[in-house]
Structure formats: structure tokens, C-alpha cells
Ligand binder design. Structure first.
Ligand SMILES: [Zn+2]
Length: 305
């Protein structure tokens, strides 16, 4: 019997799940809206139904387990989301155990950006390295660290919260309690906030700002330069800390690469001796929003190794 696992990417907007074979082939997938308005019970039902549906259709194959990536701070051993802006109804709830109980299958809970980093290591740009860092630039900024081919968890499972490292000492306040967090200066939300500060418009989306930059608007370009500088500061710290060969960026803001990358690389050059004197790669991740699914599905395989 061929072995496969099921990866789930539970976001504030979408719930996606895929059955993936041990050699990394997507066998089947489903996607539904996250029924946040329905509350905890509705979302758990949708998760369980998505997984059961995939499992039934793979009847001739053997299920290795289920991995679930969730946004937020998690307690790995307990399988609990300690706090999540996107899924507040799961705070302090034993999500892993509840889903295990209903499915009768082992479940591993993981932070979504950690899962995405693992996905890039397994099937994406990180395939040829053993050590990498992934930064996901979306509504917030997530981070995942892979060292010696394995995820770095810290003692509770909260390692890699790179969106909350300080890049501007007196910068914008963040929901985590800090000020000047990377995600307050280098996310889609940060792009929108900076655009407001530069009087580009009050209700612009990051895509609007990107389109203005494409049309040659200098202030819109400056928004992305500011984002690039913040990213460069963060990356310099990471390069200096880890001396890994590869740092990957992914997420909704990635199409603006040409606008933010020059400022990012110039800051990185300035702030990291290691970067200047090594062939450190800083690149775009290739799996896009599939990375989280691949990574979540890889979790049961990795545990078995
Ligand atoms: Zn923060």
C-alpha cells in the first residue's frame, strides 16, 4: 500500500486540505471558506469533514497521519493554540486532541509559517539545502527556521516568530505588545499604513499601492523602499545569527519584489559582514500558498523518521 498523509492549512479566511503521497505528489485537495462566524464547533466540523472526505477517497492507500498548520502562537507538545489573531475562538482550546478524537488518527499541530518553511524544504526552493529561513509576507509576517533539515521549535514551539523581531526601535505599535515589529513595517498591512502616512490615500490596499508604483508614482515606490529597508535589517540579523545558505520570502507582497528588493539588499550589504563575504542566497519561495499544505503533510512523515 502506498503511504500518504493529509496536510491542512487553516487560515482566518480559507481552510485548505490535501492528501499528499510520501514522494510529494498531491493526490487530492479541498478548499472551503473558514466559517469563523459559526465559531469553534463549525470550524472543527469543517476540518474533520475535509480530512474524512480525503481519507475516504484514498481508501486503498495507508494514511501516515495528519498535519495542521495554524496561524498563531502554539504550544507544540500540548497541541494548543495559545493565541491567534485570526482564530480567536481556538485560544487555549485542545484543538489537536479534539480532532484526533473525532478522526481516530494521529494529528500534529504546527504554526503555519513553520509548516510553510518545511514545505519549501521538502518540495520547494529549499530542496537542495539543510538549513533555511522562510519569511511569509502577508497580512502579518510569519517566520520558519529549518536547521539540519528539521524545524527549530524552541522549548514550547514558539521559535521563528520573526514577524515580531524589532526592526525600528521607536516604530509602529504591534498587537504583541512590542513596537517596531517587522510585521508592522514589512507586511501588506504595513504597506497600507505607510501609504496612508505618505498621503497616497486612506483606503488603499497593498495591491493598489503596488499598481501606483507600477504606474511610476514616486511615493508609492517609497512605500516599498521603506518595506525593503525593514526587511533588510531583519535579514541582516538572521544572516548574522545563523549563517544559513538560504533565506526565502513568500506571501502576498512578493509580486512587489522589484520595488522592495533593491532597498532590502542594500541594507543587508550594509549591516552584515557575513552577507558581504559569503554566497548567501536571499530568494523568492516557489511553492506559494501550497507550501503550508506540503509542510503540514510532511509533519507525520518527519515524525516517523
Ligand atoms: Zn509584534
Amino acid at each position: 500500500m502506498a503511504e500518504y498523509s493529509i496536510g491542512v492549512d487553516l487560515g482566518g479566511t480559507n481552510l485548505r486540505a490535501a492528501a499528499i503521497s510520501k514522494d510529494g505528489k498531491i493526490l487530492d485537495k479541498v478548499s472551503v471558506d473558514t466559517n469563523g462566524a459559526g465559531g469553534r464547533e463549525a470550524v472543527i466540523n469543517d476540518i474533520v469533514q475535509s480530512i474524512s472526505g480525503l481519507r475516504t477517497k484514498q481508501s486503498s492507500n495507508r494514511l501516515a497521519g495528519v498535519g495542521i498548520g495554524v496561524p498563531g502562537f502554539i504550544l507544540l507538545e500540548k497541541g494548543i493554540i495559545l493565541g491567534s489573531n485570526n482564530l480567536p475562538y481556538f485560544d487555549d482550546f485542545p484543538l489537536r486532541d479534539e480532532i484526533e478524537k473525532r478522526l481516530g488518527t494521529p494529528v500534529i499541530l504546527e504554526n503555519d509559517a513553520n509548516a510553510a518553511a518545511l514545505g519549501e524544504k521538502w518540495m520547494g526552493t529549499g530542496r537542495d539545502v539543510e538549513d533555511l529561513v522562510l519569511l511569509t509576507l502577508g497580512t502579518g509576517v510569519g517566520g520558519g527556521i529549518i536547521s539540519n533539515g528539521r524545524m527549530v521549535h524552541g522549548f514550547l514551539g514558539m521559535a521563528g516568530e520573526l514577524g515580531h523581531i524589532t526592526v525600528v526601535p521607536n516604530g509602529n505599535p504591534c498587537g504583541c505588545g512590542n513596537i517596531g515589529c517587522l510585521e508592522k513595517h514589512a507586511s501588506a498591512t504595513a504597506v497600507e499604513a505607510t501609504a496612508r502616512l505618505l498621503s497616497l490615500g486612506d483606503n488603499l490596499t497593498s495591491l493598489d499601492v503596488y499598481n501606483m508604483a507600477l504606474e511610476g508614482n514616486d511615493r508609492a515606490k517609497r512605500v516599498f523602499e521603506s518595506m525593503g529597508s525593514a526587511l533588510g535589517i531583519a535579514l541582516a540579523m538572521l544572516v548574522n545569527t545563523f549563517n544559513f545558505p538560504l533565506y526565502l520570502l513568500s506571501g502576498g507582497v512578493l509580486p512587489a519584489w522589484d520595488f522592495f528588493a533593491p532597498a532590502m539588499f542594500s541594507e543587508l550589504e550594509k549591516r552584515s559582514y557575513t552577507f558581504r563575504n559569503s554566497k548567501t542566497r536571499v530568494e523568492r519561495a516557489t511553492l506559494g500558498n501550497q507550501a503550508g499544505l506540503y509542510g503540514a503533510a510532511y509533519l507525520p512523515f518527519q515524525r516517523a523518521n
